[in-house]
Ligand binder design. Structure first.
Ligand SMILES: [Zn+2]
Length: 303
């Protein structure tokens, strides 16, 4: 039995998988975000309740927002009580079994590379584009796990100066503490930020999509600028890793126009004659956090 836990800023979901990664059942509870002891107790209760239900000691893999370094220390804006703490070590001591913890966007990439949209490709980049923009790289089936855990934070690459100049964009502060990161321009709230700046209108990403599909010229202009910025962001990924496929996740991965327009937008920011990778929608979507955590546990722990 493998337990994949997907920890978010509001809820924790534990999904039980068998050894072949077939989902058996799941349970969820609210996330205590301000009290580390309560946070750990909640995880222990969920895991021990699953143990009782299945009559065994399940293997534990956890995905959570934030950056987790090679030693297991977290930096998490969504679960602030975990910042500076070692969730894997603390839980392993309580549960008396090994626990693996990784960033949820890196696990999205791992899940899509195994049996998902990236199956059959050697080098898979999974790029989540929702409230934030972060991802992970999977090389020949193995998630690239870096020393400080920061590799994959593509949303915090800087917005190119040429595009800021071309579209006369304001310099936006980013939630990470830096300014001029791509995330506040390209993620879901970024699409809304761009439209507000360009047209003075406050519309959510879904409202914008509805408008541009109805032929609204302002919404179409915002979409085209957003696509150019997204193309630049993904061209950075191509220049760093040249993946075979980029699998999109998060709320914006539902926008069909992205798959039509993004390859050309990426190529505008590459050297002449170089091509964009395949851009694909996810197979597992929101289920990838728990599934990726279970996969990493299965890969990391021999059993
Ligand atoms: Zn940033």
């Amino acid at each position: 039995m493998i337990y994949g836990l997907d920890i978010g800023g509001t809820k924790i979901e534990l999904t039980c998988f068998n050894g072949a990664l077939r989902k058996l059942d799941s349970q969820r509870t609210a996330t205590p975000v301000d009290d580390f002891q309560a946070f750990i107790d909640t995880l222990v209760n969920l895991i021990e309740s699953a143990d009782r239900q299945h009559g065994c000691q399940g293997v534990v893999g956890i995905g959570m927002p934030g950056v987790i370094d090679a030693e297991g220390h977290s930096l998490s804006a969504n679960v602030p009580c975990a910042t500076g703490r070692n969730v894997a070590e603390t839980l392993a001591a309580r549960l008396k079994r090994p626990v693996v913890v990784e960033n949820d966007c890196r696990l999205f990439a791992l899940s899509e590379a195994h049996g998902g949209a990236g199956a059959g490709y050697a080098h898979v980049y999974g790029a989540v584009l929702g409230t934030g923009a972060a991802g992970g790289l999977v090389l020949d089936g193995n998630l690239y796990r870096s020393r400080q855990g920061i590799a994959g934070e593509y949303g915090h690459h800087p917005l190119p100066a040429s595009l800021r100049e071309q579209y006369q964009l304001p310099l936006l502060d980013c939630g990470c503490g830096l300014s001029g990161c791509l995330e506040p321009y390209i993620a879901g709230p970024g699409l809304a930020n761009l439209h507000r700046h360009l047209c003075g209108e406050s519309l959510s990403a879904p409202e914008l999509v509805e408008r541009w599909r109805a032929g609204d010229k302002n919404a179409i202009a915002t979409r085209e600028i957003h696509m150019d910025l997204l193309g630049a962001a993904f061209a950075n990924l191509v220049k760093a890793y040249d993946p075979d496929i980029i699998v999109l996740g998060g709320g914006l991965s539902c926008i069909e126009e992205i798959y039509r327009d993004l390859p050309q937008a990426i190529e505008r920011h590459l050297f002449a004659g170089f091509h964009a990778p395949v851009i694909a929608p996810p197979k597992f979507g929101d289920a990838s956090g728990a599934r990726g955590a279970a996969l990493l546990a299965r890969q990391t722990m021999e059993f």
